[in-house]
Design a protein around this ligand. Sequence first.
Ligand code: SF4
Length: 493
Amino acid sequence: MHSDPTDQRPDKPEEACGIYAVLAPGEPVANLTYFGLYSLQHRGQESAGIAVFDAGHKVRLHKDMGLVSQVFDQDVLERLVGDLAVGHNRYSTTGSSKVCNAQPVVLMTRLGPCALAHNGNLVNAAELRLELADIASELTSTTDSELIAFAIQQAVNGGRDWDGAIRHAASRCRGAFSLVIGTPQGLFALRDGHGIRPLVFGHIGDLADAQWVVSSESCGLDIIGAVFDGDVEPGEIIHFRAGDPLPERSSWCVEEAKLCIFEMIYFARPDSRFFGESLYSYRVRIGEALARETPVAADIVIGVPDSGIPAAIGYSQASGIPFGDGLIKNRYVGRTFIQPTQAMREAGIRVKLNPLPDVLAGKRVVVIDDSIVRGTTSRKLVQALRDAGALEVHMRISSPPVTHPCFYGIDTDTQDQLIAARLSLAEISSHLGVDSLAYLSQQGMVEAAQANSSHFCTACFDGSYPIEMDEQVRSSKLMLEPSGIAASVLLHR
Ligand code: SF4
């Protein structure tokens, strides 16, 4: 398997979006949303936006390409005056990387404006686009998120109230969608029936003040000192109103919960809470499970920063092999960073990770990473560890082999690009140049969550897609017959 030397894409699944909203009359809602989006920056780095409702009927919007800190400054935030803000960080999975595709989407309706921010991906976007053909000329973007907003607008203009319109629009959507929607009647938060993407809510100040915050992850509540109140449940819609200390919670549909387990392994921040604990604890446990399942004689355990570190600590604790910092990461390499040429790479330029020879030389090294997607980065990493003097390199992966693409809001490439879909375990080991390679079992990954094991989407590891796609959508990314998928799936122990 040869990697394309001109291929500059990151060798990790890419998160699609972070969403955030604050309903807090009298508070600087745009500034609070800015900090919330800043804490969710890992979920999307291409564009950012905030829409603010002033006195219900006027909306000010600012969105642009870039990181949150590049898109907003104090002058911009001071102009975004109001009592309800909706914010969004984007990394494109549907629609191209252009400012017209940045969110929130703001539309005018019979009942006033609405501002919508979406995390996820619809699998029936083409169908929905056809159904909305009469307003297609008004579509300004190529995103599925705008289609949801137009479906809400159509339902409102057809006579429904906000709650009815949002439920009606949601029922026309198939796929993953966590939404925050600002309206003149307050803030709505909603998750698709499977709850594939996370969404939590909390409050600031006294509960009686009814100042609400909704965030993709709980780290977005912590950053502004908000109190965590709970998850927006799969299939739930919550209506928050200014001055009302009890939000109105109800189901809009009932399906089996299927949270994306990759959120737990890699995407979400380790300080975000899932199932009553921080993800850091879960990631330590999957490292422990990995050590029990795939032991190896070695002198040191290191993690690939940042997401491989907790699992490396867990592996060390369970195996008794000392943990060390063997790789230093430059934390300031953004998506817009000018990448070195292939010649520069060959000359030894290491932009993101640098190994520490003092720690690694003469040692048998276990290196823990959270996933292997295409394998291009892992191969370079192994060579760098050897160059730093590692005697042996044993790679351990704290998730099963990624053999299937994601259709629900994560960019995992087409199936033919996924190394574990094409090569056997032995072939991957030899491609990466490791002394040994092993993955965590699916059972180990799910059991470590200490939650109902059927309540996860694990499709990128086993192809069990919880939401059906039509043939055109499937064949856009799934190109291998099940019989053609490499034996690494079966042989990963
Ligand atoms: S297919 Fe994979 S990345 Fe996509 S939602 Fe399911 S577990 Fe998550």
